[in-house]
Every structure is written in C-alpha cells, then in structure tokens.
Design a protein around this ligand. Structure first.
Ligand code: CP
Length: 343
C-alpha cells in the first residue's frame, strides 16, 4: 500500500515535468571520479527513518530501550553539541515539532525551522527535491512533515543528511509509533497485546504505522471505524498475511472489555475532499467513562492527540487515560531517534 501511494504524489512534489539534471547516479551513468560518492549511494548509507517498516523488531526494541535509559538515567547533555536539526513542517504540529526541538536542545544541539510553504521559496515554485538538497547543506539532519504521502521518502532520495518522517499525508508517522509502543511497554509487554484501533483508520497515519509495528509483536488487532474510514484493504491484507489477527467491528462497545489497549484517533478532517463528507462521520464515536465501565483493570487508553471530541474530558481523570504521558514520552523517544541518526 505504501509503495502504491508513493507514486501518486510524486509528480506534485518533485515536479517531474521540470527538466532536472540530478546527478550521474540518478541518470544511471557511471561517475568517472571514484572518490566521489554519488548522492543516491550516499543517501542509502544514511540512517533515515521514513517508515516504521524501515526498522525491524530488534531495532525498535533497541530504540525503546535507549529511550528508557535516557529517561531513567543521566544522559550526556553535550551528546549533540555542534549539531543542527532542520525542522521542515509543511503541516501544522504541536507535539512532533516541539518535542523534536526540545529533544535536540536537551542533547546540546540546536534546531532551525521552516514552518510553511508560504514562508519558504517553495511558494515561488521551488520543488521539495531542491528544497531538501539546499537545506541538507545547512543542517545535520532533517525532520519533515508534509501533506503528501511519499514526500519523506522522496526527500531521503535527495538529502545528504538523515531524514526523519514526521508524518506524510495519510502515510506513516514512525516517531509517533515508537512513542506509542514505548507508552504501552510502560504498562505491559508488547508481545501478544490486544489492541483496539478506534477512529479514522483510512487517513490516520499513526494507526497505519502502529498496526504494522504491532504485527511484529504478534498483537491481535480489533478495528473500529466509521463506515468509509476503515483500515485500507491493502494494509489489512498485509497484516493478515503476516499472521496478525485483524477483527473488524461496527461499535467499540462490542470489544472494549476484551482490550489491553484502546488507541483512539480523531477523524482527519484535513484529508476529506469536502466538509459535508466530514460532517457525515464527525462525532460518530466518543470514549466516555460510561463506555469504560467493566473494562480490564490494566486497560490503557491512548490517543496521538490532538483530540477533538472523541474522548470525553472526564476520561482524563480515570486511571486508564495515558495520552498525556504518551505525548510527554515523545521527548526520550525522539532523543533516542536523534542519537541514532545524528551521532
Ligand atoms: N501526534 C502528533 O503528531 O501531534 P502533532 O500533529 O501536534 O505533531
């Protein structure tokens, strides 16, 4: 599914109609200078984190263990001294942007940012590919959020520094998944966990990334979404092919008492073609204290945030609510990610 979607937006992002002279590697010709590593070959050796699929289970466990050590023990506040992180956010963000900025600062590094297409020379017609090539010369790593699925993968092809995907349209959000796993692991083992994915599973990139990651831990997935917002069939098929049990439900009430984790997502209004189709499904589910009566004692309710109205604020006071701890966990997890790609 990921690859299928990747090709669709490339013409928009890269501007394929424009006559680019990329470099000899990308044109398939051999570079005559053996000392010069071409751009694409260099890109392959860098530690980009574009999709959760870029990490296997051992690597994920390694990042989570490192994050835990960073949180529980002293860390070197000079580990990234002299390093500069580029935050390129072409969609709104509170948590991802600020926690990456906080993480690099805690490790002694600095960040610079570009916060919108309108504030950049992309508004004059510069492509993402050129923007990334240019910014690569200014920073030691790039964190990119972009509305087009596949944008971060494309950026990694042109960057001369590591790229971390901070969310690409309805594609992937790997740093969110790592902190989601980290938060679950604080309460229970990941192996064999039973998780309910509630909400907009069609456009919700956090759910896409998390579903794949959980399949590495032999989780059972219960999906509950409004009609038309189900998990993409390609992803559901891929999960089932990997041996993951994926069970669809119409109503969260059918399954909430069997869950270890209830992962709630908002409806991604910004991905809808028009507001009338959004309003048809808006407010079609809501987690309330009444819904949570009789659930397992150890149930953990997570949400990547921001929430709109899908979790009643009264739930915040129940022992199940972990979504604010979850967002705070973005700091140790993103510190571990930055150390992995920048050190
Ligand atoms: N969870 C998440 O990605 O939040 P932001 O959009 O605020 O970064």
């Amino acid at each position: 599914m990921e690859n299928f979607h990747f090709f669709v937006p490339l013409t928009c992002i890269y501007g394929l109609a424009r006559p680019y002279n990329i470099d000899r590697c990308t044109t398939g010709r051999i570079d005559r200078n053996p000392d010069r590593i071409c751009q694409r070959e260099r890109a392959k050796t860098m530690r980009h984190i574009i999709s959760i699929r870029d990490l296997d289970r051992a690597e994920i466990n390694g990042i989570l263990d490192h994050a835990q050590a960073l949180q529980e023990q002293d860390y070197d506040p000079q580990a990234l001294t002299g390093k500069l992180l580029g935050l390129l956010f072409f969609e709104p963000s509170t948590r991802t942007r600020m926690s990456f900025a906080s993480a690099v600062a805690r490790l002694g590094g600095h960040s610079i940012s570009m916060d919108s297409v309108e504030a950049s020379s992309m508004v004059k017609g510069e492509t993402l590919a050129d923007t990334i090539r240019v910014v690569s010369g200014y920073v030691d790593a790039i964190v990119l959020r972009h509305p087009k699925e596949g944008a971060a993968r494309l950026a990694s092809e042109f960057a001369q520094v590591p790229v971390i995907n901070a969310g690409d349209g309805a594609g992937q959000h790997p740093s969110q998944t790592l902190l989601d796993l980290y938060t679950i692991r604080q309460s229970m083992p990941l192996e064999g966990v039973t998780v309910g994915l509630l909400g907009d599973l069609r456009y919700g990139r956090t759910a896409h990334s998390l579903a794949h990651a959980l399949s590495l831990y032999r989780a059972t997935l219960h999906t509950i979404s409004p009609k038309g917002l189900e998990l993409p069939s390609g992803l559901a098929g891929e999960l089932r092919d990997s041996g993951t049990e994926v069970i669809e439900h119409d109503d969260v009430q059918e399954v909430v008492k069997d869950l270890d984790v209830l992962y709630v997502t908002r409806i991604q209004r910004e991905r809808f073609p028009d507001s009338s189709s959004y309003f048809k499904v808006a407010s079609s589910y809501r987690v309330t204290p009444e819904l949570l009566e009789g659930v397992r004692d150890h149930l953990v309710v997570l949400h990547p945030l921001p929430r709109v109205n899908e979790i009643d604020p009264r739930v915040d006071h129940l022992p199940y609510a972990r979504y604010f701890e979850q967002s705070a966990n973005g700091i140790p997890v993103r510190m571990a990610m930055l150390l992995r790609v920048m050190e």
